[in-house]
Design a protein around this ligand. Structure first.
Ligand SMILES: Cc1cc2nc3c(=O)[nH]c(=O)nc-3n(C[C@H](O)[C@H](O)[C@H](O)COP(=O)(O)OP(=O)(O)OC[C@H]3O[C@@H](n4cnc5c(N)ncnc54)[C@H](O)[C@@H]3O)c2cc1C
Length: 568
């Protein structure tokens, strides 16, 4: 049924069928209901309007937004409504988000390695025992929010207070952030007037009909004296950690990406033009003033002007790449590629951070129960050391045999296995991005330097010990035939190697265009790029320190803040 709806949606957006054809075919397939009519109306309006807009492409727009990911979608959704007088051109390198594997959260991982993925890989380093680590990112309308694991996790209070201190602007702090989340959310769990919103565009719900492993894990945590929370967002953000069912952006079994939440509702408006399959190669300038963008095109480069500003929402790897290709970056590096330096900004591409997910601690079940939702339904946060301001470890229960290349090969988990993974959410290691060449089609070099800081190894090792304690506890016995990996307590070099061999990432690239109040920072508190005019950044790259949770909700917050700043 779901599959059929996805195919119809694809056909409607491609213009192969019209609204009437959509409704007729859906009814013939036994699909009916007013929500179907509403979906057909919205998609048809979007398709017709965007076809019209593309036909009447202008030489200049008030705003140009590059990227439709978690932040870009939130920004455009808000800006288009607040400024109906302003024309907005939105440019997306990927295609429309109509592939069935996007809508069905249970197969999110099948998008990886396809045309909907930028397919970056961090170069080998000693921290990961010289393994190259994949760094997937969404290349499609919705960006990461269209291919990710659908987990809606809001930053800790400490994360936002840090951003406020670094930027020197209280508007980046926790209380203001909380007020934005209240207006963003359409929360389906227990109402909570202080922490949760119910009238906003972002549908989020506690994992529906979770896999039996999820409540069993929570019972196990409770039996071991760990705090169990009502909600994995809300009050958790102010606390020291705890476990609960996760929040997910899944509605009636379908993903509600940030594009579906924010962008689609404004794509029927005359002031918004979205061009898909359109790669921005460089920015254009008059002196140090940004005048627009240069697009890749089969018939040679094409330019479009921005009358007011360009906003980069291209993500933690592509935004610094675009700056460097445009002459904003480290002078020596730019010159080595024959790029003329416009602004010597050595921090562009520095401060690279990502969360590490250890794959993993694995168990073979007595009986296989297929995974539900996005295969991860319960999780928790804990501190690896008592003195920390906020948790640095995230334990994630995963209902499939999640393992790194090396761990998978060494332990050969049966394909019915489940995992309890230790995650590092407050990394101290920092990496960098470098251009491979001056050719916009080349991917940059991701020198992540994961686990180069010894505390990161210790934190993941701590998480592994707690994961084993939970997985091997009495409350999990019904789900365990045997522990597959690591199978015994590890110490010393054995544990260190298990950590380094098992390290993979959550794909939360951040920090490469740091926001700060000092002159070396790439953007200031209003997200203006230092050294040039008419250019801002709104995406994961501006985080001075990566939020200690999965990053989609933090990026949506950044998009909301950008709209607030532009319309203040
Ligand atoms: C596989 C995977 C699983 C994840 N799971 C979760 C999860 O469950 N929960 C969670 O909170 N987070 C998750 N994340 C992370 C989260 O999705 C990202 O952190 C978030 O989407 C980043 O938002 P952003 O706005 O910075 O950029 P993105 O969402 O990456 O959007 C950037 C957009 O810009 C476009 N673009 C880039 N360069 C150009 C260019 N030159 N020209 C035109 N367009 C361009 C891209 O195609 C993309 O659409 C996951 C990510 C991945 C990849």
């Amino acid at each position: 049924m779901q599959d059929h709806l996805d195919r119809l949606e694809h056909a409607l957006m491609a213009g192969r069928i019209n609204r009437r054809g959509f409704i007729r075919a859906a009814a013939a397939a036994g699909l009916a209901g007013s929500s179907l009519h509403a979906l057909a109306d919205e998609l048809d309006a979007v398709r017709a309007n965007q076809a019209e807009r593309a036909k009447n492409l202008q030489a200049a727009y008030d705003y140009i937004v590059v990227g439709t990911g978690s932040a870009g979608s939130a920004l455009v959704g808000r800006l288009a409504v607040a400024r109906p007088d302003a024309s907005i051109l939105v440019l997306e390198a990927g295609d429309w988000d109509t592939a069935p594997s996007i809508h069905d959260p249970s197969v999110w991982f099948t998008n990886l390695g396809t045309e909907r993925d930028w397919k970056d890989v961090a170069i080998p380093s000693s921290g990961t025992n010289n393994r190259a680590i994949p760094e997937h990112m969404g290349r499609v309308v919705g960006g990461g929010s269209s291919i990710n694991a659908t987990i809606w996790a809001r930053p800790f209070k400490d994360d936002l207070e840090h951003w406020a201190a670094e930027s020197g602007d209280k508007a980046w702090g926790y209380e203001h952030g909380l007020s934005i989340y209240r207006r963003m959310e359409n929360w389906q769990g227990k109402p909570d007037a202080r922490y949760r919103g119910q009238g906003g565009p972002v549908w989020c719900q506690p994992a529906a009909n979770p896999h039996p492993l999820a409540p069993a894990m929570l019972a196990a945590c409770k039996s071991l004296g760990m705090p169990i929370l009502d909600d994995l967002n809300g009050a958790r953000e102010e606390g020291s950690g705890g476990f609960a069912l996760m929040n997910q952006i899944i509605r009636d079994g379908r993903r509600q990406s940030m594009a579906r939440s924010y962008l689609y509702p404004v794509l029927g408006r005359k002031n918004v033009t979205l061009l898909v399959n359109t790669h921005v190669d460089r920015l254009t300038f008059a002196g140090t003033k940004v005048t627009g963008v240069e697009l890749a095109g089969a018939a040679g480069p094409r330019r479009i002007q921005a009358k007011t500003e360009v906003i980069l929402s291209s993500g933690g790897i592509n935004t610094p790449k675009l700056l460097m290709l445009s002459g904003i970056g480290d002078d020596a590096q730019l010159r080595s590629h024959g790029i003329k330096t416009l602004v010597n900004a050595p921090e562009v591409g520095q401060n690279f951070q990502d969360h590490l997910l250890h794959g993993g601690c694995l168990w073979e079940p007595q009986e296989h129960i297929p995974h539900r939702n996005s295969a991860a339904n319960a999780s928790g946060f804990l501190k690896s050391q008592a003195g920390l301001a906020s948790p640095d470890v995230n334990l994630v229960q995963i209902e499939i045999p999640y393992a790194s290349d090396v761990v998978g090969k060494r332990y050969a988990p049966p394909n019915t296995s489940w995992a309890l993974c230790s995650g590092l959410v407050a990394p101290k290691s920092r990496g960098e991005l470098r251009l491979r060449s001056a050719n916009p089609a080349d991917r940059p070099i991701v020198d992540a330097r994961f686990l180069s800081h010894p505390d990161d190894v210790k934190a993941l090792a701590y998480g592994i010990e707690v994961a084993r304690e939970i997985g091997n506890s009495a409350a999990m016995r019904d789900f365990v035939k045997r522990e597959v990996a690591p199978g015994k307590k590890l110490t010393g070099k054995d544990m260190e190697d298990f950590v380094r061999d098992g390290a993979t990432t959550y794909f939360h690239q951040a920090g490469t265009c740091r926001m700060g109040k000092d002159s070396k920072a790439v953007v200031d508190a209003k997200l203006r790029v230092n050294g040039v005019q008419n250019l801002r950044i709104a995406d994961s790259s501006i985080m001075p320190r990566i939020a200690s949770v999965a990053t989609m909700a933090s990026c949506a917050l950044i998009g909301e803040r950008m709209a607030e700043i532009l319309t203040a």
